[in-house]
Design a protein around this ligand. Structure first.
Ligand code: ATP
Ligand code: MN
Length: 461
């Protein structure tokens, strides 16, 4: 394998032969010389290849090269006289590996992100998407590193499931029944007993319940996998398919979980900043000029901690007109979450003790019997980035909550069984991976931080 441009640019000094392979960002041809800007995606910048008449293939190949062509170039690594870059390549040979059609859509001019979504097969070659994909990669790695260093064990939770994780989102059905002509039961309803899994099955909306099972054996675990929600909401923060990170810890309460969430975000931001300085610089310059300051802020500032009741009080007292009502008992909307973290506290905010009525049945019931051990982390721009809770580990309380909410106990038999055998206080959270990447890059639309977004009406590519 040849050296990547990233490796070449990291060399301590010029000199010596190099060979690169990549795609032309630009080509400038003057009479005697051609300047080719070649990128291989290994880092933000490309490298300049300078080819003159002495270069093999100059007349036949180099003169005809344009944006998008795939090339292989060899030559000597020399100091770059121009500003901006340390090295360039004085080419001894340039070969065309793959040409481009006249209709190659990515020309030098800047394209809108909306347009780029229509060419998702080519957009990784743009500065923006290339940077997104590298940051995404660095973020995933930082997440694994964080948990692995602390002895968490990664669990692969199933993608197909019979459980609906208690309405965390709308479900996609998984079925092999003939949709035109499904089997029917005595009452004329579709008979899922004849379906592949002999029951209604869905794509998972969360790996939490399985992570709980694992945590009650392995103590500290996490999942990092795709989750699916058939939310028909065309927002800049929702995808139908997104990746979720879900740590779950046994012998852990809400305070412990808040500490974990803060340490987690801080370390991940730190690592990504170290791994992708040029990419983040680009986002700061071209996408959102608060990106670097926000990252520094998350790393350096202690997170604010407050209870839901206090958050409501702040929102009621502030002189802001919100679109959605603010009242104890109502859920916080994105505008409220953003106000708290972006304007009021100006830092990430950990909100806990939500009313039980707006949270899931499995959350730990506090002594006041009104609030539960829920925890959301709110960040500027994005709003909620982490949602979690201490889980209800007391069998009788859990059964009572299930009954109160009119859920069928049978469906949760194994979840309840875990509370009968060696149950311990435990807690966990879910982090939307794409929301994290959005936050890190300042990208306004979640469709631009995943290579192939799945949203209502579109799953092309
Ligand atoms: P929201 O209110 O924003 O829809 P949620 O309350 O449905 O979020 P949870 O069920 O708590 O979210 O999921 C955990 C995390 O997954 C959220 O904090 C968020 O970061 C992320 N998330 C949830 N839904 C989506 C989605 N449709 N697309 C991308 N990320 C999502
Ligand atoms: Mn949702």
């Amino acid at each position: 394998m040849s050296e990547s441009i990233r490796e070449i640019l990291a060399r301590p000094s010029a000199g010596g032969g190099v060979t690169i392979r990549g795609w032309l960002r630009t080509a400038r041809h003057s009479k005697e010389v051609s300047f080719l800007e070649v990128s291989d995606g290994s880092c933000f910048s490309g490298i300049q290849v300078v080819a003159g008449p002495e270069c093999h293939g100059f007349e036949e190949t180099v003169r005809a090269l344009g944006t998008g062509c795939a090339v292989e170039a060899s030559g000597e690594l020399v100091e770059s006289p121009g500003s901006g870059q340390s090295f360039e390549i004085r080419a001894s040979s340039v070969a065309l590996v793959g040409g481009v059609g006249e209709d190659y859509p990515l020309q030098k001019k800047r394209h809108s992100l909306e347009f780029l979504r229509t060419v998702a097969h080519l957009r990784p070659r743009t500065n923006t998407l290339g940077a997104v994909l590298r940051v995404r990669n660095a973020t995933a790695r930082a997440i694994h590193d964080f948990f692995q260093q602390r002895g968490f064990i990664q669990i692969h939770s199933p993608i197909i499931t019979l459980s609906d994780s208690e309405g965390a989102g709308d479900l996609f059905r998984v079925s092999t029944l003939d949709v035109e002509n499904p089997p029917r039961d005595e009452e004329g309803r579709v008979d899922f007993r004849q379906d592949f899994f002999a029951a209604p099955a869905f794509l998972t909306v969360s790996g939490q319940l399985e992570a709980e099972i694992a945590a009650l054996a392995l103590s500290k675990v996490y999942t990092f996998g795709p989750t699916f929600r058939a939310e028909d909401s065309n927002t800049s923060r929702h995808l139908a398919e997104f990746w979720m990170v879900e740590p779950e810890l046994a012998f852990c309460d809400l305070d412990g979980l808040g500490e974990l969430a803060e340490a987690f975000l801080k370390q991940v931001f730190q690592r990504v900043r170290e791994a992708c300085p040029d990419d983040l610089e680009f986002f700061n310059k071209r996408i959102d000029d608060t990106v670097l300051a926000t990252i520094a802020h998350v790393i350096e500032q202690p997170f604010e901690r407050l209870r839901y009741s206090e958050a409501i009080e702040i929102l009621e007292k502030c002189d802001r007109q919100f679109e959605f009502p603010v009242r104890w008992g109502l859920d916080l909307q994105s505008e409220h979450e953003r106000f708290l973290s972006e304007e009021y506290f100006r830092r990430p905010v950990v909100v806990t003790h939500y009313p039980k009525a707006i949270k899931a049945f499995y959350m730990y019931l506090n002594d006041d019997e009104e609030t539960v051990g829920a925890l959301d982390v709110l960040v500027p721009k994005v709003g909620e980035i982490i949602g979690g809770s201490q889980r209800e580990h007391r069998l009788e309380v859990l059964r009572r909550r299930i009954a109160e909410l009119g859920l069928e106990e049978d469906r949760y038999w194994w979840y309840l069984d875990l509370r009968r055998h060696g149950s311990v206080p435990h807690a966990g959270f879910g982090l939307g991976f794409e929301r994290l990447v959005q936050f890190m890059t300042g990208m306004a639309n979640i469709r631009d931080v995943i290579p192939f977004p799945r949203v209502p009406g579109n799953a092309e590519f």
